[in-house]
Design a binder for this molecule. Structure first.
Ligand SMILES: Cc1cc2nc3c(=O)[nH]c(=O)nc-3n(C[C@H](O)[C@H](O)[C@H](O)COP(=O)(O)OP(=O)(O)OC[C@H]3O[C@@H](n4cnc5c(N)ncnc54)[C@H](O)[C@@H]3O)c2cc1C
Length: 496
């Protein structure tokens, strides 16, 4: 019925004059921001614009850094009647990462895996004290309860970035992680990562460009082979799923519609150890056989150097490529490493059993950027959406409870009973390997008893599970339509 609601909104907004309430709301909104202009001749410290500390009669403010699985799940569960919510992130949407690989070859469209933050937590665009700021957090001052940020204005020539400061009552750090490159020369310059929608867009554009170029008169045989050689480095779930998607694209779409290049296009997956090391031997062998059957060449090797048109392995082998996708796991990002906060083994932001950052007041951390401090005796949890999502959900419940017990404002939660600790129970792992086949392992770990299967039924389970997990009904609808369209008409190969 939202079309009816929208229609009535259009009518009322077209006919109504701004009311006193509207004017009041926008003036309160403006008055929350302080301005930055330093007085002429002033020798004092430069004050940045921003949001100052909340007053005791105002709602406490929760500042959330990041709009990934952790930050978005947290915001979704946080009660906007108790808190003002301010979110800072360089992207205004959440990415449904398990389906990101499918967008690189056109099985799904990019918007099907992105959900605007304002749909996840409407308060940030509706409530007078709640906001979303398109910016990067650059540092945190735990002592002053402040975060420093800088706007993200890349791609626009007309706006220069500027800095601002936000005071928080509670801070939730959900900054995620960044791809690891092991310091290998040339990775950042020549490879494409697969973590964001713009990465998937870059991969799709490059793949289609190489396809087009390889058919133009004047191209040498050797150059044609290079352009159509897609190399994936890293045999974890992301690398394997992407290789599977690529091989499907080649077998079902390129071979049928690009007869000229069908014998030149190949996928090579390079992994230093075993592929899919988190799955047991039986599932791993199944995946290896399946990928090989689909034409993916599996190479056991370690990359030593990445050049513009070839990579060099440790044993000196040179592998020319036209498209290079790098997916060798994640580690703490520079901002996380630079933060003067306790750390977990491995360099993530240290947290205790209630996801609080110890030794500082009112700071919590969730998702890939956080890990238990050594004193908890708990292992660092894997960098997975299911961990991030459940931490987000747990923390929203905890902060709602704290807020209801009047502990929402800064430095006011000392005597509040926090209740149960966060406990993580692994629900299992899934990965597709292309050709309507997947692996599903619903056991707690490789040695435990339980369901683990591979093949078409697993693929069906994989698709159904992700269709139900997609963030909203709107996206669920997009995904279902995209899958159906791809099945009937094949993937769209227009280079837009
Ligand atoms: C292709 C792919 C497939 C995956 N498939 C699966 C799967 O099938 N199952 C599974 O469990 N996991 C999967 N994962 C892992 C899962 O996506 C991550 O574990 C999860 O995204 C972690 O959530 P997060 O919120 O901690 O970080 P992220 O989702 O990475 O979000 C981090 C957020 O922080 C923001 N940010 C970064 N720097 C700053 C800054 N300076 N200031 C403000 N904001 C900042 C980012 O823009 C982003 O919004 C996959 C990951 C990828 C890349």
């Amino acid at each position: 019925m939202s079309w009816l609601r929208n229609l009535s909104k259009c009518y009322f907004s077209a006919t109504k004059q701004p009311t006193k309430t509207h004017l009041f709301q926008s003036s309160t909104l403006l008055s929350r921001f302080s301005t930055s202009t330093p007085e002429t001749g002033s020798t004092g410290p430069v004050r940045y614009a921003g949001l100052g500390p909340t007053k005791p009669h105002e709602k406490p403010r929760v500042v959330v850094l990041g709009t990934g699985w952790a930050g978005c799940r947290f915001m979704k569960g946080l009660d906007s009647k108790i808190y003002d919510i301010v979110c800072v992130s360089p992207r205004n949407h959440m990415v449904f990462t398990p389906l990101l690989a499918s967008t690189c070859v056109g099985t799904l469209e990019f918007r099907s895996v992105a959900e605007p933050v304002a749909r996840i937590q409407p308060a940030i665009s509706n409530e007078p004290g709640s906001f979303f700021f398109l910016a990067n957090c650059t540092s945190i001052n735990a002592h002053k309860h402040e975060v420093q940020c800088e706007t993200v204005t890349e791609g626009t020539q007309t706006i220069d970035p500027w800095k601002f400061t936000i005071s928080y009552d509670k801070l939730v750090i959900a900054l995620g992680a960044q791809p690891t490159t092991f310091g290998i020369h040339g990775v950042h310059e020549h490879a494409i990562f697969l973590r964001e929608v713009y990465h998937a867009q870059e991969i799709r554009r490059k793949l289609l460009l190489n396809l087009m170029m390889s058919d133009v008169p004047g191209i040498t045989e050797e150059e044609k082979k290079r352009l159509l050689h897609c190399v994936v480095v890293g045999g974890g779930p992301t690398g394997v799923e992407f290789s599977g998607e690529l091989s499907d694209f080649i077998m079902r779409d390129v071979r049928q519609r690009y007869a000229h290049v069908k014998d030149y296009i190949h996928v090579t997956l390079i992994e230093a150890n075993e592929i899919l090391s988190s799955f047991d031997d039986r599932l791993r062998h199944y995946a290896t056989n399946q990928l090989t059957k689909s034409g993916v060449r599996l190479v056991r090797g370690t990359v030593k150097d990445v050049e513009e048109k070839k990579i060099i392995l440790n044993d000196g082998t040179e592998v020319p490529y036209g498209l290079l996708v790098w997916s060798t796991g994640v580690g703490p990002s520079p901002i996380v490493r630079a933060m003067d906060l306790p750390k977990s083994p491995g360099g993530r932001i240290g947290i205790d059993e209630w996801l609080r950052v110890p030794s500082v007041q009112d700071i919590f951390s969730i998702g890939d950027c956080s890990g238990f401090v050594e004193s908890t005796g708990k292992p660092t949890l894997p960098a997975l959406a299911q961990v991030a999502e459940r931490q987000g959900k747990y923390l929203a419940g905890l902060l709602n409870k704290i807020g209801k017990a009047n502990g929402g404002h800064a430095n006011s939660m000392k005597d509040i009973d926090l209740g149960d600790q966060f406990v993580y129970k692994h629900l299992g792992s899934m990965a597709t390997v292309g050709s309507y086949k997947a692996l599903v392992d619903l056991r707690q770990n490789k040695e435990a008893k339980g369901l683990s299967l591979a093949g078409f039924i697993s693929w069906f389970v994989w698709r159904s599970a992700y269709l139900t997990r997609v963030i909203s009904w709107r996206n669920r609808f997009y995904v279902a339509i995209n899958w159906a369209t791809t099945f009937v008409f094949g993937r769209d190969i227009s280079r837009i």
